[in-house]
Ligand binder design. Structure first.
Ligand SMILES: [Zn+2]
Length: 62
């Protein structure tokens, strides 16, 4: 029996644009880092007052 590798991602989603802005591997990116990167790369959304949220999702491998 093999255990399925379950990858967890932190998905940055803009509710106003209904768009996934970015996905980060949860193993490598802390919440703080994700927040930093979101501010850095997607601040046009934030400045426009868009509702940008981070959510944890998992992809089942295999
Ligand atoms: Zn947006």
């Amino acid at each position: 029996m093999y255990a399925l590798v379950e990858l967890e991602f932190k998905e940055v989603f803009c509710h106003d644009c209904k768009t996934i802005l970015a996905r980060y591997n949860a193993d490598y990116f802390s919440d703080l880092k994700v927040t930093e990167l979101t501010r850095l790369h997607h601040n046009t959304h934030i400045k426009s007052g868009h509702s940008v949220r981070t959510r944890l999702i998992s992809d089942k491998g295999g």
